[in-house]
Structures are given as C-alpha cells and as structure tokens.
Design a protein around this ligand. Structure first.
Ligand SMILES: [Zn+2]
Length: 229
C-alpha cells in the first residue's frame, strides 16, 4: 500500500534552486503564449488507483499530453514492476492554472512531482527522512526516470545532485547505460548550453524524495513517442 504521510505539496523552488553556476540556464518563460494556451486546455487526471495515487486530486490538472504521459508511464511501471506500489503523483496544477501554494511553478499544467521508490518498490513521501544510498530503490527509480525521458515529452527532471550522482553511479555500475548516455541524461552542473537540451536530469535543492518533471511546452510535445508504449 502507498502511504502518503504528510501530504504535499513537496516544496520545490526550481526557479531559484537551479544550479547557480549556470545563471543563464533559466526555465522557459512561463508567460509564453504557447504555454498560456496549454493552461487553457488543461484536463483533470482521471482517478486510476490501479496505476497511481494522487496526493491531492484538486491539484491534478495538467496539459492533456502530460496526463497521457502519466498514464502511459504508470502503465509501463505496472508492467515492469507488478509488485511495486502505484506511483505517487504530487501536485500538477490547480484547475485553470495560476500560482500554487508551495511552488514557484506548477502554474501551467506542465510540471508534476512524482515520488521516487524506496526499498522494495514502495512509494511514500518520506517527510524529514530524505532518500539516499540506504533506502532508495535504484532499479525502480531508474526505470521510472528512464521511461519518462524515453517519452520524448520531458524537457527536464529536477532532482537533488546527491541522488543524481548515486543514480548515475548505479546505472553505470550495473550496465544500464554507457558513459556517453550517462553524460547526456545526467549532465554535469556546469554543462554549457544546457538550456538548449531536453530530456535530462538536473540538480535542484529540496528534491531528495521526489522528482519534478517539466514537460515540453511546444507543439512537438503533443505526440507521445513510441518508446513508452
Ligand atoms: Zn515540483
């Protein structure tokens, strides 16, 4: 069973927490017209307790292609890890978008917080006990991140650098990716021109028990890549 503990929101401030070494590497302008049109078309995530647990259904409004991505990812995880908990989905956005308490983003239906797996495929908010080497389910958490990135819809994923380093080391040590793949998926915090890239995991503080997923806010993000299905 999933155990939600102290229900969110997971506190995250990606606008200020992103690596200070790359000050020009800012989030896209959330007021851009194409993003605004996304906000107007937001849908409520359907209730699917077999696939995922919604921490707060009132904050589960997102772009249609984000909703599709979450269902597809959860279906894939259920197939890959049938014994694991359904994934825990934290805040997306509220109906109609706009400022959401506890967040600086999550205002356009293109951001979602998803729990990482603790040992034995459990999904729960860990409160004051952050995830680390002793309690992170590496296999399950890597599969979740890999499936999200494989969709072609993810602009970036935010995670604490300590967990990024652990996941990268685990994936390399267990033959899950080559060094070249690891450099692309887990770029160094000082990687130049990071803002020109999509589909990678980057450092952000306050992300030691969940990932923050930003989907692309453009036309290209509307078609779900076959890699997920
Ligand atoms: Zn978030």
């Amino acid at each position: 069973m999933s155990q939600a503990g102290a229900l969110g929101p997971w506190r995250d401030d990606p606008l200020v927490a992103i690596d200070r070494a790359s000050p020009v590497d800012a989030l896209p302008d959330v007021g851009a017209p194409v993003c605004a049109s996304v906000a107007r078309s937001m849908v409520s995530l359907e209730t699917r307790p077999d696939l995922y647990t919604l921490v707060n259904p009132a904050h589960a409004w997102g772009a249609p292609y984000l909703a599709d991505l979450l269902v597809a990812t959860a279906e894939e995880m259920a197939i890959l890890l049938p014994e694991a908990d359904p994934i825990l989905i934290g805040d997306v956005s509220q109906r109609g978008g706009g400022a959401l308490a506890g967040h600086l983003t999550h205002n356009m239906g293109i951001d979602v917080d998803i729990g990482l797996y603790t040992l034995a495929g459990k999904q729960r908010i860990t409160g004051f006990e952050p995830l680390g080497k002793s309690n992170l389910d590496f296999e399950a958490s890597w599969l979740l991140i890999k499936n999200l990135l494989s969709s072609g819809r993810v602009e970036f994923i935010l995670l604490d650098q300590g967990l990024i380093d652990l996941l990268r080391k685990w994936a390399l040590g267990n033959g899950r990716m080559t060094v070249a793949e690891a450099d692309r998926v887990f770029p160094s915090p000082n990687t130049p021109h990071l803002w020109e890239r999509t589909g990678y995991v980057r450092n952000a503080a306050n992300h030691r028990d969940h990932i923050h997923v930003r989907v692309r806010c453009d036309e290209a993000g509307t078609e779900l890549a076959t890699a997920v299905r």
